[in-house]
Design a protein. Structure first.
Length: 251
């Protein structure tokens, strides 16, 4: 079940904990994908807090928000780029997107397989997708004071297996949000420190998983008209060899 867009907006833009989470996740997204000119960047679910660094250079930025969640205008003070859509039918042409981010769009969906099919459809050749979900063994999925406490949490193996079933090839994964989901001043003030420590300690579980994947494109198989032309009908073989005329035509 999708969260309400107003609850998501209030968390990420009006609470100290939400701003900490937004900053930590966005920094890793930009580290994966530095802003580049000419790209079409899209986000599904409530990914717009992560897309602001791309507004200046990208060819276009699109925020797709599913109907059960609701939509809000974004970005503030600029021309709106967010759109309400069905989670099973995104209003984008096939192969349009170069970079796709899903956050609060997969784990809360009642049709995750269809969401992944749509993600694969809109991603163009050479495109990449970043899936951001609650970590099954992290603290953030165990408390409902944040949006990551709702929906289905994943392990890396579970998410990668699901992506492979929908023609995605996982390339790399990492954890984010190593500080506990606490509004206590100490944890908020030291959040950046815990992020830096967590990235250096492999056994420390972050609250959120990020898996980057590319779309598998299969080479076309032989067959069809080309194969038929290269294998002509055997009934015509005698023509090229000067076969004898039928007896009824001889004189």
């Amino acid at each position: 079940m999708h969260l309400d867009v107003l609850d998501l907006r209030n968390f990420y833009y009006r609470t100290a904990l939400g701003r900490v989470a937004q900053r930590a996740i966005r920094e890793q997204v930009v580290k994966h994908w530095p802003p580049a000119a000419g790209h079409t960047v899209a986000g599904f679910g409530f990914a717009v807090p992560l897309l602001r660094p791309y507004l200046a250079d990208a060819r276009r930025v699109i925020g797709l928000m599913p109907g059960p969640q609701g939509v809000m205008p974004w970005p503030a003070g600029m021309e709106n780029v967010s759109v309400l859509c069905e989670e099973t039918h995104w209003p984008l042409p096939t192969g349009l997107v170069d970079r796709l981010v899903l956050m609060h769009g997969l784990e809360t969906s009642e049709n995750p397989s269809v969401v992944l099919d749509e993600a694969a459809r809109v991603l163009g050749p050479g495109g990449r997708a970043l899936f951001i979900v609650p970590n099954r063994i992290g603290l953030w999925s165990r408390r409902d004071v944040t949006p990551f406490g709702f929906g289905r949490p994943y392990s890396v193996a579970q998410l990668e297996a699901q992506l492979k079933r929908h023609n995605f090839m996982p390339e790399r994964s990492q954890s984010v949000l190593f500080a506990p989901p606490s509004t206590a001043r100490f944890w908020l003030r030291t959040a950046d420190f815990w992020e830096s420590v967590g990235r250096k300690v492999p056994w420390l579980a972050g609250g959120v998983l990020m898996v980057e994947a590319s779309k598998q494109v299969y080479a076309p198989t032989r067959g069809g008209l080309g194969a038929a032309v290269r294998s002509p009908l055997r009934v015509l073989e005698g023509v090229a060899k000067g076969s004898r005329e039928p007896a009824m035509n001889r004189k």
